[in-house]
Design a protein around this ligand. Structure first.
Ligand SMILES: [Mn+2]
Length: 239
């Protein structure tokens, strides 16, 4: 089984180098792996499946082409938790829950739920992820939702500027409590602190995916082997 796992692309503009690099990566990888898992924050903001922005259209087309070659799974992040079944069907991807377990030993999550030191964020998360709040927001007009999303984003930037960097990382006991003994590998993104860590005193490991910029990040699984890859988009794809 060959899989790749990636997250935190924060796509917002189809003409941006990150989008062009991601498109090249997806096109190449879809032809050589069995499954692709996108673990949240694929886009910078998603305000509903009726989004008619250029990035929504470009992304739908890109994913639907790639999904003809391999299976693509999509998990919600904290920026794109409004991805719904309509988008999934158009893009040919399957929405998966956070968390999701594969082969009874690989645990996938976006990662924000593990940042329990940030109480203020967790309170906000509870509201934004509730069914009632989401139904309420989706009833608003597209223009109202765009305005609301921009406000939320500005608020988050202002709040995070005052937080210590430790608060925005995962909490060690939250990780240990989250990972049951059968799990060999936890893979997540969100924190933008790519790396590989042992979980407590156990043999299991935590692989943290990086956010995309001039370089892309992915974790590649070939059978039992997992490798965290970082690559320069311009060098690898000639963009
Ligand atoms: Mn995130």
């Amino acid at each position: 089984m060959q899989r790749i796992f990636l997250s935190d692309l924060h796509l917002s503009d189809p003409e941006d180098k990150v989008f062009i690099g991601f498109a090249a990566c997806l096109e190449a990888e879809a032809k050589q792996v069995d499954e692709i898992y996108i673990l949240g924050d694929l886009v910078e903001m998603w305000i509903g499946d009726d989004d008619n922005s250029p990035i929504a259209a470009a992304l739908t087309e890109l994913l639907s082409k790639a999904s003809k070659h391999c299976k693509i799974f999509l998990m919600h992040g904290n920026r794109d938790f409004l991805f719904g079944e309509k988008f999934a069907a158009q893009a040919g991807v399957k929405l998966i829950n956070d968390p999701t377990t594969l082969d009874e030993e690989i645990l996938l999550t976006h990662g924000d739920a593990l940042c329990t030191d940030d109480g203020e964020y967790q309170e906000m998360r509870k509201i934004l992820r509730s069914e009632a709040w989401q139904q309420d927001i989706l009833r608003k007009s597209l223009a109202e939702r765009i305005k609301f999303g921009q406000g939320l984003r500005a608020e988050s930037i202002a709040n995070n500027a005052n937080k210590s960097s430790a608060i925005m990382d995962v909490n060690a006991s939250a990780v240990t409590n989250f990972v049951t003994p059968n799990i060999k590998r936890l893979i997540h993104g969100h924190t933008h602190r790519p790396g590989e860590h042992k979980i407590g005193q156990r043999q299991s490991e935590r692989i943290v995916l990086g956010d995309w910029g001039p370089c892309g990040w992915l974790c590649r699984q070939v059978g039992d082997k997992f490798t965290l890859e970082c690559f320069n988009l311009a060098h690898r794809y000639g963009i």
